[in-house]
Design a binder for this molecule. Sequence first.
Ligand SMILES: *[C@@H]1O[C@H](CO)[C@@H](O)[C@H](O)[C@H]1NC(C)=O
Ligand SMILES: *[C@@H]1O[C@H](CO)[C@@H](O)[C@H](O)[C@H]1NC(C)=O
Ligand SMILES: *[C@@H]1O[C@H](CO)[C@@H](O)[C@H](O)[C@H]1NC(C)=O
Ligand SMILES: *[C@@H]1O[C@H](CO)[C@@H](O)[C@H](O)[C@H]1NC(C)=O
Ligand SMILES: *[C@@H]1O[C@H](CO)[C@@H](O)[C@H](O)[C@H]1NC(C)=O
Ligand SMILES: *[C@@H]1O[C@H](CO)[C@@H](O)[C@H](O)[C@H]1NC(C)=O
Ligand SMILES: *[C@@H]1O[C@H](CO)[C@@H](O)[C@H](O)[C@H]1NC(C)=O
Ligand SMILES: *[C@@H]1O[C@H](CO)[C@@H](O)[C@H](O)[C@H]1NC(C)=O
Ligand SMILES: *[C@@H]1O[C@H](CO)[C@@H](O)[C@H](O)[C@H]1NC(C)=O
Ligand SMILES: *[C@@H]1O[C@H](CO)[C@@H](O)[C@H](O)[C@H]1NC(C)=O
Ligand SMILES: *[C@@H]1O[C@H](CO)[C@@H](O)[C@H](O)[C@H]1NC(C)=O
Length: 772
Amino acid sequence: MGEFKCGFTSFSVLLLFISFNLVLVHGQLLPIVNDYGENTSQIQIYIVHVLKPVGSNFLSAEDLENWHMSFLPNTTLDTGEPRLLYSYKEAISGFAARLTPAEVRAMENMDGFLDAEPSQRLELQTTYTHELLNLSTLFGAWSTSNSFYGEGIVIGVLDSGIHFPHPSFDDTGMPPRPRGWNASCYLQRPSCNGKVIGAQSFKKGNTTIPPTDIDNGHGTHVAGIAAGNFMDNAEVLGQARGRAAGMAPKAFISVYKVCWADIGCEDSGVLAGIDKAMQDGVHILQMSFGSQKNSLPTSLEGDSVAVATYSAMQKGIFPCTAAGNYGPDPRTLGHAAPWDMVVGATSTDRRIRATVTLGNGKQFHGETAYQPNTVTNKFLPLVFPGSNGQLDQQFCHNNSLNGINVRGKIVMCYIGNLKNIEKGDIVMNAGGAGMILMNYYVPGFTTSSDAHHLPVSHVSDKDAIEIKDYFANSSSPTAKITFGGTIFGARPAPALAYFSSRGPAGYNGNIVKPDVTAPGVNILSAWPVEVGPFPSGLKTKTFNFLSGTSMAAPHVSGIVALIMSKLKNDNKRQWSTSEIQSALITTANTFDLDGKPIFDEATLNSSANILQRGAGQVNATNAMDPGLVYNIEPNEYIAYLCGIFYNNSRTVQKFTKNNTQYCTRSISGEQLNYPSIGIPIKSRLAKITVSRTVTNVGDAREIYNAKIVEPPNVKIDLSQYSLSFTRVEQQITYSITFTMKGAHPGFGVIEQGELSWVSNKHTVTSPIYIAF
Ligand SMILES: *[C@@H]1O[C@H](CO)[C@@H](O)[C@H](O)[C@H]1NC(C)=O
Ligand SMILES: *[C@@H]1O[C@H](CO)[C@@H](O)[C@H](O)[C@H]1NC(C)=O
Ligand SMILES: *[C@@H]1O[C@H](CO)[C@@H](O)[C@H](O)[C@H]1NC(C)=O
Ligand SMILES: *[C@@H]1O[C@H](CO)[C@@H](O)[C@H](O)[C@H]1NC(C)=O
Ligand SMILES: *[C@@H]1O[C@H](CO)[C@@H](O)[C@H](O)[C@H]1NC(C)=O
Ligand SMILES: *[C@@H]1O[C@H](CO)[C@@H](O)[C@H](O)[C@H]1NC(C)=O
Ligand SMILES: *[C@@H]1O[C@H](CO)[C@@H](O)[C@H](O)[C@H]1NC(C)=O
Ligand SMILES: *[C@@H]1O[C@H](CO)[C@@H](O)[C@H](O)[C@H]1NC(C)=O
Ligand SMILES: *[C@@H]1O[C@H](CO)[C@@H](O)[C@H](O)[C@H]1NC(C)=O
Ligand SMILES: *[C@@H]1O[C@H](CO)[C@@H](O)[C@H](O)[C@H]1NC(C)=O
Ligand SMILES: *[C@@H]1O[C@H](CO)[C@@H](O)[C@H](O)[C@H]1NC(C)=O
């Protein structure tokens, strides 16, 4: 028990703080909760990082919990609620507890205390717009021989739970559970089966709440994208009909409900979910949540997910995160640790067409999922309540249409502030016959095919400008909305969604984030309830369109399952998580289906740059056979963290959980063997050389030649221009030198380039980012 003393040795410090037990407020005696003059409203959940004393080794979970408890003033609050919510075993070294700021300050002097911060609320990254995708045709990954559909791999889905009865989670054709799998499952039927093999919930220490998803739908949707089983005739209100399946239809799903309608996805529960998933033995952590827009991380240690996934990654568990939906502004990423795969969102080439025809004959193609065939082909009066400049009316807020005659008319509303479908309801309740949902300049070209309850067309900013012009210049403006069904071949596609969060992170040593993009606009996947105006409430086979980087990340989680199961089934070495990241990054496409640079939908006519789309659109077929991979050894991450945190060993120990490890070596971000390369050039005379090591996972004998696209102002020289391999797993190290060609273009300017190693079978591309 000697180990536990450390928590108590400094207990006397507490005494120094003891002041009043009662305070007199407005003549009333109010009980207070602790000895520091603090009241109950100051109790918050804190994540507390502690490091085990040197030489200690807790054998049981109970020992660990007792040690964690020894940091707390006592075990329960006056309300009877336990102080300790979670005692973490794997994700971090520490615990979550209900504490006041002064109680935390008292802990700071205890042996082993490292750091404490209030548990933050994270958000799911959907935009509440809705979307679809024929995964098999879009990615072509399954057509590659022996992809095994993710068989044998467990994807841990940390989200809002799952709708068990949905046929996407049917266990037809599933292989037996992994040997030794012992994750618990919520017991009440319907529950786990051969597809969903674990289902647990984490809410402020309460683990007894069912991990069902009826209050949200997000987790069901995400799980369906990553690993939904094959299901014929999937559709939303008759649209986008086809065979639905997740990226890895034979992968297992283990559900961790960490997101709740009332409290969001709170750090303490998220860490508990990661902690449990690691103990259960999942292979992939699928996490479509991140900080709220006003509290984006400003350091690696400020991202609680990054601290926990460091441990996951070291155990070979692949962390996959959503970039965030706070674009198009720069520096809006929710995650940016090198070991977290960070995924941005693109539009696909599919639209659920709703065409606006104006009285002057001009046509504009927008989108909606609800396409009733009862609509007459008649022009109706067009009305724009917001034409007077009133914001409430421009956005068609509730009650803003009072006193405006919209009855039987088509109403123009800007997107924003409310969910699109709610906005349609407001128009409908005010008597409107239809709605033109207009983008303004920020959402640009990104539109959604929502399951509205009245005829709607969601149009781009460009189209909205013309429609507004027509409205302003016409004495009796009219319009009609007609439906074109599901259209493929929309262009440009894929294109970066306006909302996709963009880099740079600014705190990760110029590591390029997001890493890649994946489909994330109007994605069709499983949904717990029927959508549209006439829900029967009876169907279980329901689907919905959703948009967000939330939908992009599970595409990548699924592809990772495909890669892992292929390696397993081919009896090949399992790649490290950094090697899998490398495979995804070096084979992504920076060009769209027409061979043009990926377009940025937040602009009128610009392509997305490296800080916006990362390495580009993930390409599953290519990623399963990358040829070469860049690996990062565990020690390199430590040296990287020492560089990022200026040799502050204590901060680094928060990640490594090892209090005998000190910073003895540091490297800067560009020296990490990351597949993309971010170089800071702060002076005209700078000459920066970095080395990279590749491992051959292609054919034994393969020769690669360098192909370089130089950034406009930077010269790139290589130590060698050809890599000649003679065996599988052979490693070759080369170096790259960056020098300026001309004048320094000014601080804050960015440029991009590429280094590709090209053999007759593989192209291995490192995107290059220059931060001037
Ligand atoms: C726990 O400690 C606080 C002071 O920190 C005190 O107000 C409270 O009554 C204690 N609760 C119990 C059950 O001992
Ligand atoms: C409790 O403390 C908070 C924050 O200091 C304060 O805003 C609140 O008025 C206090 N409540 C009572 C009942 O004293
Ligand atoms: C969707 O994919 C399936 C399976 O590859 C294919 O048969 C079907 O034609 C595709 N549908 C569309 C609309 O592309
Ligand atoms: C993947 O890349 C290959 C070759 O680079 C290309 O032919 C194919 O169209 C790409 N697939 C997708 C879905 O972009
Ligand atoms: C499986 O988990 C339960 C608790 O969830 C535990 O009691 C049991 O010992 C575990 N079995 C194995 C084989 O690990
Ligand atoms: C957990 O939540 C359930 C459902 O909300 C509730 O009935 C139960 O009392 C809670 N248990 C604890 C220990 O708080
Ligand atoms: C609008 O507000 C009214 C109350 O003023 C409420 O009954 C109605 O549900 C709201 N409609 C929507 C779509 O939010
Ligand atoms: C319509 O009116 C706008 C001002 O509201 C003006 O800028 C525009 O040129 C006009 N367009 C046409 C086609 O007359
Ligand atoms: C892009 O749009 C801007 C602003 O409308 C315009 O000035 C520029 O000429 C356009 N560029 C191209 C290539 O179309
Ligand atoms: C860390 O310390 C080493 C020497 O121990 C030094 O070379 C290096 O510059 C330091 N790194 C940072 C980022 O301060
Ligand atoms: C902690 O760090 C020390 C020093 O680098 C090392 O010897 C030891 O193996 C590490 N412990 C763990 C559990 O990784």
